[in-house]
Design a binder for this molecule. Structure first.
Ligand SMILES: Cc1ncc(COP(=O)(O)O)c(C=O)c1O
Length: 449
């Protein structure tokens, strides 16, 4: 078993992606291609399942597997976690949730959901197209459309399916999609599912995008060219240079779709990354998810009335799936109320993220100096990454560790997300824990200076 682990580690450290300077920092968002596993997998499915089981059990028994941690309390600044290793409950500070505004356990949101439960029950029993659309669903679509400054909006069961929807439905046979190389996995899957023509450009590289726009526009003056980027990159917390990207799209007559999963509710006054840059009005469409600041599940696509109606009748991921629950629609409405009524939540979120960045800097910890609520923290060295992750967990801090073999050796990181409900003490404790753990683990092999 240890042999398999060693072999996988070896393959991860030899992954050529690690040595590609262009790919040094960006991490494929959600596109964890597990290069090392695919190298040991064969055509025998049972063998592959067994290999994975061995690795899984080995990591689990050593307390090094921090996936699917059972959370017994609502998601909030502090959570109660069932600790598999000690077989006991553990109170933990939550710095690993995308519930940025603390809406998952908000009393007003819960009250509105209880009212919706009494009035509408738990579900619709089928897709919106055939089995009905409650007034809450329709209201949520209208409010989201207005929130994004668009005429109409369609609610889709997940954010993942929202990307599948617009890519497979709006792109014609000769359309082209240009996408940032670290786009979410749902973009790649939409392209595959719809068998669409797509090309990726270097991460946040407007000159590379412009070169490709020019090339594809010259080849065909009529075709529709789509461009997609994320407002806030989910894994590294960076912003896309939206104004420059938009200008390039306008120059070549391309349509820009911003996946603003992490910017909606957190950037600008909450209307998203385009608002942060003051360019919302220049955007034709707006895509977002309800799984982050809204703390539930679902995705939405907003735009002109005719395009949204077209999606309602031609998007297979939409009309072949049951609609989101009315309880989610009620949550959307309640969260929109709070974002509009309590702007201090977003101010607080950014103050908290600033405080964490300041603390990390003072402690000499290596992190990406983002302007968002997502802060990637790099360990001082890449030996014992899993042991560091386990020590952070044991000290009561819940963060996401992004590790090899999911990413190549040397690109491991802790993805830390701040919430508006964190207190200053929470932030200070989180940075203290990182400082304590990082000072405790020395590299296995000392390098000579
Ligand atoms: C940028 C981005 N787009 C799309 C999605 C998919 O959203 P959902 O989880 O709502 O399906 C995610 C979720 O991780 C994301 O980060």
């Amino acid at each position: 078993m240890d042999d398999i682990l060693k072999q996988l580690d070896q393959i991860a450290s030899n992954n050529p992606e690690q040595n590609d300077p262009k790919r040094n920092d960006p991490l494929l968002d959600g596109e964890v291609d597990l290069p090392s596993f695919s190298s040991v997998f064969t055509s025998d499915v049972d063998h592959n399942v067994q290999i994975f089981s061995h690795v899984f059990e080995a990591l689990k028994s050593q307390g090094l597997l921090l996936y699917h941690r059972p959370i017994l309390s609502p998601i909030d600044r502090q959570v109660t976690v069932w600790d598999e290793l000690t077989k006991s409950k553990k109170e933990m500070l939550m710095f690993g949730s995308n519930s940025y505004l603390g809406m998952a356990n908000d009393p007003y949101v819960k009250e509105k959901v209880r009212e919706a439960l009494d009035q509408h029950g738990v579900g619709m029993g089928g897709p919106m197209l055939l089995n009905g659309t409650s007034n809450l669903h329709r209201l949520a679509e209208e409010r989201l459309a207005a929130f994004k400054g668009k005429e109409d909006c369609i609610l889709i069961p997940t954010g993942y399916m929202t990307n599948l929807s617009w890519i497979t439905t709006l792109m014609a046979d000769d359309s082209i999609l240009l996408y940032d190389e670290v786009s979410h996995a749902s973009v790649a899957d939409g392209i595959r599912l719809g068998k669409k023509k797509a090309f990726r450009f270097n991460h946040n590289d407007v000159a590379d995008l412009e070169k490709q726009l020019q090339k594809h526009r010259e080849k065909n003056k009529e075709r529709t060219i789509f461009v997609t980027v994320q407002g806030v990159y989910s894994m590294n917390g960076e912003l896309a240079p939206i104004p420059e990207i938009l200008t390039a799209c306008e120059k070549y007559g391309a349509k820009l779709v911003i996946d603003d999963a992490h910017g909606t509710g957190t950037m600008g006054k909450g209307h998203g990354t385009a608002e942060h840059f003051g360019v919302s009005k220049r955007l034709q469409y707006s895509m977002g998810t309800l799984s982050k600041a809204f703390s539930v599940t679902g995705g939405f696509f907003a735009g002109d009335r005719a395009t949204i109606n077209f999606l309602r009748f031609f998007s297979r991921p939409y009309f072949f799936s049951a609609s989101i629950s009315p309880l989610i629609a009620a949550t959307i409405l309640a969260v929109l109320d709070l974002i509009e009524r309590e702007p201090e939540r977003i101010i607080r979120l950014h103050q908290n993220a600033d405080r964490l960045r300041k603390n990390l800097k003072a402690a000499g910890i290596n992190f990406l100096p983002t302007e968002t609520a997502i802060i990637p923290i790099f360990p001082p060295h890449f030996d014992c990454f899993r042991e560091m992750a386990s020590a952070i967990h044991q000290r009561g801090l819940f963060v996401n560790s992004i590790e090899a073999p999911g990413v190549p050796r040397g690109r491991e990181r802790f993805r830390v997300t701040v919430m508006s409900t964190h207190t200053e003490q929470d932030i200070d404790r989180a940075s203290e824990i990182f400082a304590e753990v990082f000072s405790q683990f020395k590299p296995r092999t000392e390098t000579k200076s």
